[in-house]
Write a protein that binds this ligand. Structure first.
Ligand code: ADP
Ligand code: MG
Length: 254
């Protein structure tokens, strides 16, 4: 049965989408079957997988708002053997459109439950906000993977996120656990990176991945070619780091 992992941080630009695409690609390399569910209206995971987000017929919007079966919406990434539920700007008004829908926190969960058997891992790429989309993702998931950039406000953001997760556990998904915390765009030369890691270790030592993702140009270039860094430059540092993360991820899940 597939494990559903929400990749969440209410801050934008911290490496959620990069992590979803490259961890997925690294797991596919190890012969796991992986689905990416893009629930960010920006659709970066969709375009990062080489899918033209404004030319797809239906998207996660149709799944959430029009009750379209999620299976019929799945596309294939252009380069990798990854299935993708695409997203685009249509999704932006979902909060308002679902306001009178009963049990609206559970829509994604209900849909994904029918797909679990087809995959080893399902990653949900969340928007940079705590809204009904993120709540749907957290309600549908077994665990939460948090990418964190090592900057001063990251800690404040983390404690807010932990509070949100606590609320979801209380209200819609008691079994939700933390999958792991991943430091992204890490710079070992700066004191700030070091301090942030140390501080987070004080509270979450056991779930921080040993692998840290450093800044790399290749990682930021790959999405414009619609592929993971692993396909784009198989020998780059970013590729190596995400492969290493995949190994840790697999180990934790055995
Ligand atoms: P989020 O999904 O959290 O908004 P992204 O994964 O889209 O964040 O990353 C934000 C930007 O930073 C993107 O332009 C991405 O290509 C770039 N980026 C992400 N991780 C790295 C990295 N390790 N090194 C360099 N650039 C990165
Ligand atoms: Mg993103």
């Amino acid at each position: 049965m597939g494990k559903i992992v929400a990749v969440v941080n209410q801050k934008g630009g911290v490496g959620k989408t990069t992590t979803v695409i490259n961890l997925a690609a690294a797991l596919v390399e190890q012969n796991y079957k992986v689905l990416i569910v893009d629930i960010d209206p920006q659709g970066n995971a969709t375009s990062g997988c080489g899918i033209l987000k404004n030319q797809v017929q239906s998207t996660i919007y149709d799944v959430l708002v029009n009750n379209e079966p999620i299976k019929t919406v799945i596309k294939q990434a252009q380069q990798e053997n990854i299935d993708v539920v695409p997203s685009n700007m249509n999704l932006a008004g979902t909060e308002v459109e679902l306001v009178n829908t009963k049990q609206r926190e559970f829509i994604l969960k209900t849909q994904l439950d029918s797909l679990k058997k087809d995959y080893d891992y399902i990653f949900i790429d969340c928007p940079p906000a705590v809204n009904i989309l993120t709540i749907n993702a957290l309600t549908a998931s077994s665990s939460v993977l948090i990418p964190m950039q090592c900057e001063y406000y990251a800690l404040e953001g983390l404690s807010q996120l932990v509070q949100t997760i606590g609320l979801v556990k209380k209200n819609t998904n008691p079994k939700l656990v933390l999958e792991g915390i991943l430091f992204t765009m890490y710079d070992s030369r700066t004191n700030l990176s070091f301090q942030v890691v140390k501080e987070v270790q004080n509270h979450f030592r056991s779930i921080i991945y040993n692998t840290k993702i450093t800044r790399s140009v290749r990682l930021s270039e790959a999405p414009s070619f619609g592929m993971s860094c692993i396909s784009y430059d198989a020998k780059s540092k970013g590729t190596e780091q995400y492969r290493q993360l995949a190994m840790e991820f697999i180990e934790r899940n055995q």
